[in-house]
Design a protein around this ligand. Structure first.
Ligand code: IMP
Ligand code: MG
Length: 171
């Protein structure tokens, strides 16, 4: 098993810092409620929150797309719900990657119905060429080509989440 590095630790750190500053400027004077989409977004959320200068609160949810493997089946299931209400909060959903867009569009509809004050999306990665559902991604770390990537929270069947860089697995 070998890895071909796509994004280095340094590139990631620099970009996440930029996004943290951009969000902090956009939300000046407000508290941002960050929602971590488990599991893949945990690394991005941890670094992003520390790169922000506005106060944050954090909550977690988990979703699974039916079936495992490298493509989502189109059916999304909420497997862990949030702990607190979104009412009146400035919410940013933090995702690892926007691929087909199916997961994010499901989440946005579900979260919007809980009447947050505002709702935006931050995705560490985006694969625009794979999009099947139009979904607004307000903050994007990096656009990546149509390759299956791992690391920085992203897994291949639960492996490689701990890699500090983003890589393509080459056998
Ligand atoms: P979507 O619903 O197709 O946008 O897929 C979203 C989910 O699929 C992401 O949150 C990831 O968990 C997973 N996923 C999509 N592409 C990749 C990849 O290249 N590596 C690891 N996971 C991926
Ligand atoms: Mg995910």
């Amino acid at each position: 098993m070998a890895f071909e590095t796509l994004l280095t630790e340094e590139q990631i750190a620099e970009r996440v810092k930029e996004i943290g500053q951009e969000i902090s400027a956009d939300y000046a004077g407000r508290t941002v409620h960050l929602i971590c989409v488990l599991k893949g977004a945990y690394t991005f959320l941890a670094d992003l929150a520390r790169a922000m200068s506005v106060p944050v609160t954090i909550d977690f949810l988990a979703v699974s797309s039916y079936g495992k493997g490298k493509t989502s089946s189109g059916e999304v299931q909420l497997t862990k719900d949030l702990d607190v209400s979104l009412s009146g909060r400035d919410v940013i959903v933090v995702e690892d990657i926007a691929d087909t867009g199916i997961t994010l569009s499901y989440l946005l509809a579900m979260l919007e119905s809980r009447q947050p004050k505002s709702l935006k999306v931050a995705a560490f990665l985006s694969k625009p060429s794979r999009r099947e559902v139009e979904v607004p991604v307000d903050y994007v770390g990096f656009e990546v080509p149509d390759r299956f990537v791992v690391g920085y929270g992203l897994d291949d069947d639960q492996r490689y989440r701990e890699l500090p860089y983003v890589a393509v697995v080459v056998d």
